[in-house]
Design a protein around this ligand. Structure first.
Ligand code: ADE
Length: 225
């Protein structure tokens, strides 16, 4: 069982992503448990303030230390986290290798930033991993956190019904996945490659490996380095 806590100032953004399809199945099978924590519940004063102007001036608010610290400490009182992850564009770029590693953990905490991000002291004190989902800026960490949970959740043993199917994904062996076809055999004059119809599993396997390699060479030669 992988337990993931997510701290967010906008819990509504994380309501739907885990309620369907494969992640729902993972939850129903008790293989994955995702718990959303509203940072606002730890806000200061009667307005439950969670952000403030940044020292030194400049546009954009910064998420304050106290609410985050109170929230993280309350969670840590009950759980020992393997990783405390902060979603940020200046983190290490996320990839399948990191997804594989994280899918083997037991307890993960993800912190979603908003506005200009969180006070650096929270990063210094608590965060063990900083992850970016790509070289572009989102308005908050929530969509990135959803991507993490989705990509990790489907790798937990027992989640995918066909145990081998995660192993044949793109990136699992640094290759892109080969093309796939289903019925009909001919569509608008376009035929399914003959080799896939002949029932020779060894030939099919070789064809898929060749296609994977060709596709990777054409589209992502960097993966072959
Ligand atoms: N928050 C804002 N931009 C982000 C990104 N690219 N990756 C992860 N978290 C983010």
């Amino acid at each position: 069982m992988l337990h993931i806590d997510i701290i967010t100032a906008v819990p509504a953004l994380l309501e739907s992503p885990f309620a369907h399809s494969i992640l729902k199945r993972a939850k129903d099978k008790n293989l994955l448990n995702v718990n959303i924590i509203n940072l606002r519940d730890f806000g200061l004063g009667k307005h439950q303030q969670i952000d403030d102007y940044q020292y030194g001036g400049g546009a954009g608010m910064v998420m304050m230390c106290e609410p985050l610290s109170k929230c993280i400490e309350s969670l840590k009182a009950n759980i020992i986290y393997d990783e405390i992850i902060y979603m940020t564009p200046d983190g290490a770029t996320y990839n399948q290798k990191t997804a594989n590693t994280l899918s083997l953990k037991n307890n993960i905490l993800i912190i979603c930033g908003h506005y200009k991000g969180i006070d650096q002291r929270i990063r210094d004190m608590y965060v063990t991993m900083e992850i970016s989902i790509g070289d572009y800026v989102l308005s908050g960490g929530e969509l990135g956190a959803a991507i993490l949970v989705d990509s990790i959740g489907r790798l937990i043993p027992g989640v995918l019904s066909d145990e081998t199917s995660a192993l044949t994904d793109s990136f699992q062996d640094n290759l892109l996945a080969p093309p796939v076809y289903t019925r009909p055999e001919e569509f608008n004059g376009l035929k399914v490659p003959e080799v896939l119809l002949n029932g020779h599993f060894k030939m099919i396997d070789e064809w898929r490996q060749d296609e994977s390699f060709k596709r990777t060479q054409e589209r992502r030669p960097d993966l072959l380095d």
